[in-house]
Design a binder for this molecule. Structure first.
Ligand code: MN
Length: 233
């Protein structure tokens, strides 16, 4: 008997630079406290507490290449809505129990992203030892550029990462300052769960996170990978 769906299944996609092909998103994994200066600004001691992971629903993705003038609504239930500029890794192969040395082989490509955060709800959860979903996993909370295939750009490990709010630079660092490198993140995750093609890893934000308000224009990028912009309504 043919299978029929009780409603139309949906697939979240990312655009690919200079291509009509699309990258189907399976899930979104995010790294917390993966730059020393950001860990410190969040009140953590990076010498005592290693980076950690959390997740967002795949349909939180917003494709927002610079120039598209994408509008993102200010989310409900927050008075402290923050940007976090991040490099994003797009996984292209299933990966279980991968060594650091093999990890780059599982990568399809890279993008530039913003991990939008309801900081007040995140803090409330943190203070109570509760999960972070309400602070991190809301509608339109995972901004992304078009993805660049590693077959074209290689595996960047030294590139400027920056973000501006209303043309004022707020974040300006380099992905070489990641505490856990991309291969280390993939290896760690693959020993915890099976990574699969379509998984995105938001690799953490450098220092300089801060609030955004209705009417703000956010622009950011990772040099050689992508640039994004959003307008908050
Ligand atoms: Mn983040």
């Amino acid at each position: 008997m043919a299978t029929s769906f009780v409603f139309q299944p949906s697939t979240t996609i990312c655009n690919i630079l200079n291509s009509n092909d699309k990258f189907p998103v399976r899930r979104i994994l995010c790294v917390g406290a993966n730059y020393v200066a950001h860990a410190i600004e969040m009140g953590r001691d990076p010498s005592r507490e290693p980076p950690f992971f959390f997740a967002k629903p795949s349909d939180a993705i917003v494709n927002a290449d610079r120039g598209l003038n994408i509008v993102v609504p200010y989310p409900p239930q927050t008075n402290n809505f923050h940007y976090e500029m991040e490099m994003v890794v797009a996984i292209g192969k299933n990966a279980t129990n991968i060594n650091v040395e093999e990890a780059l082989n599982t990568i399809w490509g890279y993008g530039a992203g913003i991990d939008l955060t309801r900081r007040d709800l995140q803090k409330a959860a943190k203070d109570k030892g509760r999960p972070w979903e309400l602070g991190k996993g809301f509608d339109n909370s995972a901004i992304i550029s078009s993805l660049c295939p590693a077959s074209k750009i290689g595996h960047p490990d030294n590139a400027r990462i920056w973000l501006s709010v209303n043309d004022i630079i707020k974040q300006d660092s380099n992905i070489k300052k990641l505490i856990w490198s991309v291969p280390e993140m993939i290896s760690f995750l693959s020993k915890t769960m099976t990574l699969k093609a379509g998984d995105l890893i938001y690799t953490g934000t450098p220092e300089g996170v801060g609030p955004i308000n209705k009417g703000d224009k956010i622009v950011g990028g990772v040099e050689g990978i992508g640039e994004i912009s959003i307008n908050i309504s």
